[in-house]
Design a protein around this ligand. Sequence first.
Ligand SMILES: O=C(O)Cc1cc(O)ccc1O
Ligand SMILES: [Fe+2]
Length: 452
Amino acid sequence: MDLKYQNGFGNHFESEAEPGSLPKRGNAPQRPAHGLYAEQVSGTAFTAPRHKNQRSWLYRIRPSVQHMPMAPYAHPRLVASFHSFSPSIEATPQQLRWDPLAVADEAQHDFVDGLSTLGGAGDSQVKDGLAIHFYSFTRNMDRKSFYNSDGDMLIVPVTGELLVRTEFGRLHVPPLHICVVQRGLKFSVDGVAAQSAAGAAGAAASACRGFVCEVFKGHFELPELGPIGANGLANAKDFESPVAAYDDDVEEEHLVVNKFLGGLFQYRQAHSPYDVVAYSGNYVPYRYDLRKFNTIGSISFDHPDPSIFTVLTCPSDSAGTAIADFVIFPPRWLVAEDTFRPPYFHRNCMSEFMGNIVGTYDAKATGFLPGGASLHNMNSAHGPDADTFAKASTAELKPVKVGEGSMSFMFESAYQLATTKWAIRESGKLQQDYWKAWQGLEKHFVAPGPAP
Ligand SMILES: O=C(O)Cc1cc(O)ccc1O
Ligand SMILES: [Fe+2]
């Protein structure tokens, strides 16, 4: 798909779909060019520190405020309250793993209706916490648009190429890419095959599936590099933001769905939300190709912690502690000497939700399938399964490339994650025997005899 992008993470971008649409001076001239309306969208408080401050100016055909009254919008599988006593929640510290997820009646769903909450923590009302959703859809959103007042959404496609239409222009997001659409920005998620099938409005050729991490506070940032130095991990230059583009059906009626305080609301308007002819600013959606990640690892001994695979982090107020880290496990060389090379046995004070996009993951010989997921909640012990342990304990330690053609990811959070009833019961995909993955680990200890 031949779309144009502007590169750079957190840049102050400028883009015009029609030349001369941006003001020559300042942001809010008395009469913007071409009869456009100027509208600011804020991503941080007006008074946020300058290095954190995010906002964009949109030059659009009609202002966003021109719409009909809001009304509730029903959604069966979106969960907002993560207290253990909430009727939608079934929380457990048990290690959990799911076969590839699906939604039984997904044929009728678009992206918004096809969201199913797997779990989360915290509360959007006071802007702290996160939610993890699975999405699955076979229908385009057409003249339906979505914006989230609860937080930013990081979208990880597993099956199906996405075309994400936003107020800022369009992003092509196939599997092995991710995109982030921030709080308050309108967007529509379609399947690419469906979009390009002229005349077949609505129906998609095949199901699109993937995962969403929604963060209720702040925004995703690039992680600190510390002693790694000025380069490495995800390079800022590889993040791509859209160029301005506006709809040709700007005068048609559109439905807008808003996620607010955990619930959904809807309104109609007699014009497209994708009527932005030009924009400038640093609050702009972006995509990233995971294959561009510069993977760093041990070249001596020991297995480094997976924080070296952090693509993006949404920090909490506690330094180095994330509301959500987005971590990936790309193909990489393992060369460490005298080392148990796969992920170690561990008990983490952070919660680890993982998904498999493609291939096999080096800690699990079987059972963690593309489209599947796992959750090792705070303090729940986990690590290599018995087969992986047996193989890695005796493997010849020559350089090996692991995960050729594979990609798994993790949303790691400082919060305890409460799972939904949908995730535990209704999805029908929870593996009941996951606990057995570690039961084959044998006792190898032999007490040393008394000293001679
Ligand atoms: O549990 C997991 O599979 C994720 C993970 C990977 C790793 O290399 C080290 C620690 C860790 O939690
Ligand atoms: Fe782990």
